[in-house]
Design a protein around this ligand. Structure first.
Ligand SMILES: NC(=O)C1=CN([C@@H]2O[C@H](COP(=O)(O)OP(=O)(O)OC[C@H]3O[C@@H](n4cnc5c(N)ncnc54)[C@H](O)[C@@H]3O)[C@@H](O)[C@H]2O)C=CC1
Ligand SMILES: O=C(O)[C@@H]1CCC=N1
Length: 270
């Protein structure tokens, strides 16, 4: 069975690990994860899965076939420099670090190392992730198929050209964050109008799920689907007018631009 190592055991690592286990791709005891000792939540989360937790990144490399690099971009360099002596031509390293390019990853590892740059998102935890990946210069078809299989087990997975990675990070990597704010704010409005808080979250989340599924499955233009909800002089038209007045479209367009720029700055700061 596949031995998977997580360099970094935080939110994204936990979402992927739990998703892989639910999908039956590996077993808890075949996972090794590292973190800093102060991160008690990370230690406990992986122990609960029956996995090995270590504070030594080289142990992760020694124990694993596939390595998930899931530390913050600011520590990618020291972490890879430290594990470098333990990386062999058999390892496949999947990096989820935002902004860090295939070239940058390959330069930090021994020549010929097999690297894939991945951008997943946290809904991988519930098998509803949206992931993309860019194979490095030394991966084989088999490595790319394995990457596709791992990511497909936790949601959708698409191979993309690298120039799209930063805007995709801004869209689907960060996107759950924007949607949670929208759900929270819709619920705040609903509570203001007298709906109990738990019912408000239940209906708001199901509504976002339903609308997303409509766009994905009907392949209709979102504008047409919006028009189908909006009756002349009706409540949706009144609500939409308030959203436009609040600049919702501009705010979201700007969010994508700012998040993309942040990825580019992060790459330059490595
Ligand atoms: N959280 C998200 O929604 C997404 C995160 N990512 C990427 O995933 C990576 C991790 O992000 P999160 O999980 O959100 O961060 P996090 O802060 O939850 O987790 C970071 C983990 O790295 C560990 N760590 C720190 N220094 C370390 C070291 N020297 N050696 C080993 N482990 C070390 C920490 O103890 C912690 O377990 C980032 O590069 C981020 O860009 C990508 C897509 C989505
Ligand atoms: O905010 C971040 O840096 C990461 C990248 C995508 C989602 N979270």
């Amino acid at each position: 069975m596949l031995k998977i190592g997580f360099l970094g055991a935080g939110k994204m690592a936990q979402a992927l690990a739990k998703g892989f286990l639910t999908a039956g791709l590996t077993k808890g005891e075949h996972i090794t994860a590292s973190c800093v000792p102060q991160d008690v939540q990370c230690v406990e989360a992986f122990k609960e899965l029956g996995s090995t937790v270590t504070f030594d990144n080289r142990v992760v490399a020694e124990n694993s076939d596939v390595l998930l690099l899931a530390v913050k971009p600011s520590v990618v360099k020291p972490v890879l420099e430290f594990v470098r002596p333990k990386i062999t031509s058999n390892h496949l390293l999947l990096s989820v670090a935002m902004g860090i390019t295939v070239d940058q990853l390959e330069k930090l590892l021994p020549d010929g190392s097999k690297v894939v740059r991945v951008m997943p998102n946290t809904p991988a935890l519930v098998q509803c992730g949206a992931s993309v990946y860019v194979p490095g210069n030394h991966t084989t078809d088999e490595d790319n198929k394995l990457t596709q299989k791992l990511l497909s087990a936790v949601g959708t997975a698409e191979r993309v050209p690298e120039y799209l990675m930063d805007p995709i990070t801004a869209l689907s990597g960060s996107g759950p964050g924007y949607v949670y704010v929208i759900i929270e704010a819709m619920a705040d409005g609903a509570v203001r109008m007298g709906i109990p808080r738990d019912m408000a979250y239940r209906l708001a989340s199901q509504t976002v799920l339903g609308a997303g599924t409509m766009v994905r499955d009907t392949r209709e233009h979102p504008g047409k689907l919006k028009d189908d909800v909006t009756s002349p002089a009706g409540s949706t038209a009144a609500g939409l007018c308030a959203l436009e007045n609040g600049g919702i479209r501009h705010a979201l367009i700007d969010a994508l631009e700012k998040a993309t720029e942040r990825c580019r700055e992060t790459s330059k700061a490595l």
